[in-house]
Design a protein around this ligand. Structure first.
Ligand code: HEC
Length: 150
């Protein structure tokens, strides 16, 4: 029993001492709207679990392999297309901020419309963007038809 308590305390201690996020990650700080925050808080966590391995926590991508989301013309141009890509993945050449990318992104069949709504709201209200809530019914509508330019 004492060992268990020690383990728990150690666990809490080391969790609180985890390395701090690097600059630009705490993009929730720019959000003041309560409804947007309600989506963006779980959205940030989902983003970090499902997307950040590749696109990085701060959204800047990875060299010539993974395109950026932050300050990216392709990303900003079309929310419908982003939702579609998140759900279905993407392959083939694309041009992002003048740079060619051509690696496959895997689909996320297990993410629900609400999950996708939360991630999308988080991303489009970060890094200086201010698109408001993208809710689950809108995501469902986007998923009914492919975007104009895929
Ligand atoms: C395994 C790595 C990987 C993961 C995980 C991943 N992506 Fe991608 N993503 C890519 C790659 C590679 C491309 C470029 C695809 C191409 O070349 O056609 C891409 C393209 C994109 C694009 C279009 C290009 C751009 O810069 O706007 C968006 C939007 C996007 N991803 C969002 C996401 C989101 C949101 C998630 C989490 C749900 C995610 N991705 C998870 C690798 C990944």
């Amino acid at each position: 029993m004492r060992l268990l308590a020690a383990t728990l305390i150690f666990g809490l201690f080391s969790a609180s001492c985890a390395p701090k996020a690097s600059s630009g990650e705490n993009s929730l700080a720019q959000i003041s709207d309560a409804k947007v925050l309600q989506f963006a808080i779980p959205g940030k966590e989902l983003y970090e679990n499902y997307c950040a391995n590749c696109h990085q926590k701060d959204g800047t991508g990875l060299g010539k392999l993974i395109p950026p989301l932050r300050d990216a013309d392709y990303f900003k141009a079309d929310i419908h297309r982003t939702v579609w890509i998140m759900k279905h993945g993407k392959a083939g050449e694309i041009l992002v901020n003048g740079q060619v990318y051509n690696q496959a992104m895997p689909a996320n069949p297990n993410l629900s419309p609400l999950d996708l709504a939360q991630i999308t709201t988080y991303l489009y209200n970060s890094w200086g963007m201010n698109e408001g809530v993208i809710d689950a019914p809108l995501v469902e509508q986007y998923l009914r038809n492919p975007p104009a330019e895929n």
